[in-house]
Ligand binder design. Sequence first.
Ligand code: S3P
Length: 167
Amino acid sequence: MKDIVLIGMPGCGKTTFGKKLAKSLGRKFYDADDVLEEREKRTIKSFFAESEDAFRNAETRTLKYLADLDGVVIATGGGAVLREENMKLFSENAHVIFLDRRPECILDSIVDDSRPLLADDKDRIYKLYEERIALYRKYADAIVDNNGSAEETYDALVRQWDILRDE
Ligand code: S3P
């Protein structure tokens, strides 16, 4: 059975909606950031304190582990699309869904956030969005807009999943 992989910006709702979808489909849910910290026995913050590259290497190791699981729902870290090798892991055996939330909506919902990439400068989210939007679109089998209500987003996600699983 194919995995369902959510990609998108930090704070776009991958974990929230991934958990909900997994529960309603009776599948296991994995948050790649949590799995990374558990498996590496080290925090994301500490990886970033060393270097972004150190973090990205750990992220690739984690995604390799997750890609081997069967039929699960995975919320990736927002930067998973930065390495082609990460996304290749999911090209055959996963439905990749891009959860698209505009930077201004993300900023509204991450007031107390501690993500290392945004720690010093929350407005960096606009730049990251610009840098990454083409990659999210490129790797997505489907795109779900998350700028409206949670109900609308969830309904759209389930609709997209219905289409993808029949393809
Ligand atoms: C990152 C996003 C984070 C986490 C790390 C780097 C990014 O995950 O993987 O801080 O590069 O966008 P979330 O998207 O779950 O916040």
